[in-house]
Each structure stands twice: as structure tokens, then as C-alpha cells.
Design a protein around this ligand. Structure first.
Ligand SMILES: Cc1ncc(COP(=O)(O)O)c(C=O)c1O
Length: 349
């Protein structure tokens, strides 16, 4: 019987049997008899990997953090390989590429996420296409299916990897769109409670799945037992949280769109809990953040609590407009959030 994502999130990775516990235990063990945890994993990791694998349609490997997972994908490449990445994308990934370039290990090609022709050209020329859609922090969307089709038609098909952190498997399933590997910072929506760091890759290609596990074994970027268990607990409610934040964010996006003080509001067509909008300059955006009472002025995103950050304040995101605010919508009441936004904009609440 095939089940919906909402059901898979509940049933995946559960112990079975008459007297099985409802949940897998947290296994605080470096070895399990002759098995070594860094090489073979534990029951807790495997349960998390089983449920994420079911949601994305492949075999999942859990890592210590999202960057641990990104590093494992880059680790697939031989020296001198070329990687295409969006100019607007997670800063840590861009930093990893820049570091590899500085050491002479990889070559980077930085493409405007909106320039579809540049991506189609790169699909025939580079070794790894790193897609992130919607992008962090500006929320540009990239047509994954068109790019994977171009990659597959190339004489020398590149690996296509998709950072699916913002969309989650509820918003899109990149493997079904032709991607080779999906990567998540489970620190964000999958965990959902801002209480852990964890990363995941998923692939339907057996060779790539083995390469992910081998890379984790070599780098030692293994998830903690508690973190894996918390992420698994987070996944159980991911579909209902994703639906709820999508509904609230879509409503707030409409209100932002109608609001004269707010410019360039972007809300992804595929939904989700992220909104980007601009205030005129750094000073007005900083003042907005400091006046917030309910919404937290904080980095990171994807938690049950709403957070806002002015990304250009970070040197790594200096490419975005000074007044751009990245808003991660949580599970609070939509009218309470709007009231806080209005008073932070200096209006009567
Ligand atoms: C889109 C995206 N990818 C990857 C990462 C890196 O994940 P982690 O912080 O779990 O290492 C982040 C973190 O903010 C992110 O937002």
C-alpha cells in the first residue's frame, strides 16, 4: 500500500513486533559488539534515515550538520572538478567552495539563480550542479526539472545535487525531478525546534549512497545520538508544521504585498514558511528588528518560533540589498504576528 507523506512521516522508522517500543531508543554507544558506530551507524540514526529516505524517495545518510552533508557531496569530486552554484545561496556552502578553490582542489562557477540559460549551458560543462531552491536568503526558485533534463542529455552528465532545506520533501522531491542527490540542513524545518544541528543526504543511486556513507565514515561527520533522536521526533510533525507555516506565510505574504512600507516581497510559488522582503535601508531594517516583541530577531530558521534577520549585516551575504529581511514564519497565530510586524513598522498596532 502506498501512503501519503503525512502518513510516512508517522510510520517510517518505527520498531515493529508485538512488544516493540513505540519509538526507537537513543543509542549512546560507540560500538555495538564488533560494529563501530562511525562505520555502521546505530539504530537511532537508521530510524531517522529510514523515514527521511521514504519521504524523499531514496536512501538517506545522516550527518553531524548540514555542512557535514554538503562536504560529503563535494567529496564525490576529483581534484580540479568544476562546480556551479547559485550566487544567492547558503553562505557556508559558498565558503566551502571558495576554500576548495583557494587550495586548488575545485573550480567554481557562480550563476545567477534567475539566469536559466546559464544553468542549461553549465549542465553540459561542469562536474557538479549545486542547486538550491528556493535560495537562502533571497528565495529565488530554480527550475530543477529543466536543469536535470539538460544534465541528463549532456555527453558527460554532471552530478545534480539539490539543497532542499527550505522546501522540505513536502514542498518538492528533487529525486523525482531528476536530481542525483538531495541535501538537507535538518537543523532547520526537519528538526523544527531550534534544538539541534544535523544534516542529511538522500539518493536513489546505490553507488552514491555508499559514497555518502563512506565519506561520513572517513570525515567523522557523524550525528549525535540525541540529535538524531530529536530530528526523528521532529519529522513526525513535519507535514503538519509545513502545512501550518505555509498557510500563515502565504497570508502574511499577501499582507506584505499590499503594504506600502514594504518592498520587493518574495514568497516562493511552491509555498513554505520563508518570506523575504525589503525595507528602504539598513537603518530602517535594523530599527524594525529591534522593535519586534513577539518575533525573535535571530539567525537560523525553520523552528516553531518565528525569526527575522537582516542578512546583509553578515559579510557572507553582502550581495543582498541592505534592507533585505529574511523571515522564517513559525506556528504563532497569524494575527499576532501581523500585529507585531505592524508595530515594528512604527504603525498603530
Ligand atoms: C539552505 C541551507 N543549507 C545548508 C545549511 C547548513 O546547515 P547546518 O547549519 O546544519 O550545517 C544551512 C544553514 O543555515 C542552510 O540554510
Amino acid at each position: 500500500m502506498s501512503h501519503s507523506a503525512r502518513t510516512k512521516a508517522i510510520t517510517g522508522g518505527r520498531p515493529s513486533g508485538e512488544h516493540a517500543p513505540a519509538n526507537v531508543p537513543i543509542v549512546p554507544a560507540s560500538h555495538l559488539g564488533l560494529e563501530y558506530a562511525r562505520e555502521d551507524g546505530t539504530e537511532t540514526w537508521r530510524a531517522l534515515e529510514a523515514v527521511i529516505g521514504e519521504l524523499e524517495g531514496g536512501e538517506a545518510t545522516a550527518f553531524a550538520s548540514g555542512m557535514g552533508a554538503v562536504s560529503a557531496v563535494f567529496d564525490l569530486l576529483p581534484a580540479g572538478a568544476e562546480v556551479a552554484v547559485p550566487t544567492d545561496s547558503y553562505a557556508g556552502m559558498r565558503d566551502l567552495l571558495q576554500h576548495a578553490e583557494a587550495k586548488g582542489r575545485l573550480r567554481g562557477r557562480r550563476l545567477d539563480p534567475a539566469d536559466s540559460q546559464a544553468w542549461l549551458t553549465a549542465a553540459a560543462e561542469v562536474d557538479l550542479l549545486w542547486l538550491e531552491s528556493p535560495t537562502n536568503p533571497s528565495l529565488y526558485e530554480i527550475a530543477i526539472d529543466a536543469i536535470t533534463a539538460a544534465a541528463a542529455a549532456s555527453d558527460k552528465p554532471p552530478i545534480v545535487a539539490v539543497d532542499n532545506t527550505f522546501a522540505t520533501p513536502l514542498g518538492q522531491q528533487p529525486l523525482a525531478l531528476g536530481a542525483d542527490v538531495v541535501m538537507h540542513s535538518a537543523t532547520k524545518l526537519i528538526g523544527g525546534h531550534s534544538d539541534l544541528l544535523l544534516g542529511i543526504t538522500v539518493t536513489a543511486n546505490e553507488g552514491l549512497a555508499k559514497a555518502m556513507r563512506d565519506s561520513r565514515m572517513r570525515s567523522g561527520a557523524t550525528p549525535g545520538a540525541l540529535e538524531a533522536w530529536l530530528a526523528l521526533r521532529g519529522v513526525r510533525t513535519l507535514p503538519v508544521r509545513y502545512a501550518a507555516v505555509s498557510a500563515t506565510a502565504a497570508e502574511l505574504a499577501k499582507r506584505f504585498d499590499d503594504h506600502t512600507a514594504v518592498n520587493h516581497m518574495r514568497y516562493p510559488a511552491l509555498g513554505g514558511g520563508m518570506i523575504a522582503f525589503e525595507l528602504p535601508d539598513a537603518a530602517s531594517a535594523d530599527a524594525f528588528c529591534s522593535r519586534l516583541q513577539l518575533i525573535r530577531h535571530a539567525t537560523s530558521l525553520g523552528g516553531v518560533e518565528s525569526t527575522v534577520e537582516r542578512r546583509a549585516a553578515r559579510p557572507s551575504d553582502s550581495h543582498v540589498p541592505a534592507g533585505l529581511l529574511r523571515f522564517s514564519v513559525g506556528l504563532e497565530d497569524v494575527d499576532d504576528l501581523w500585529q507585531d510586524i505592524r508595530q515594528a513598522l512604527g504603525e498603530e498596532a
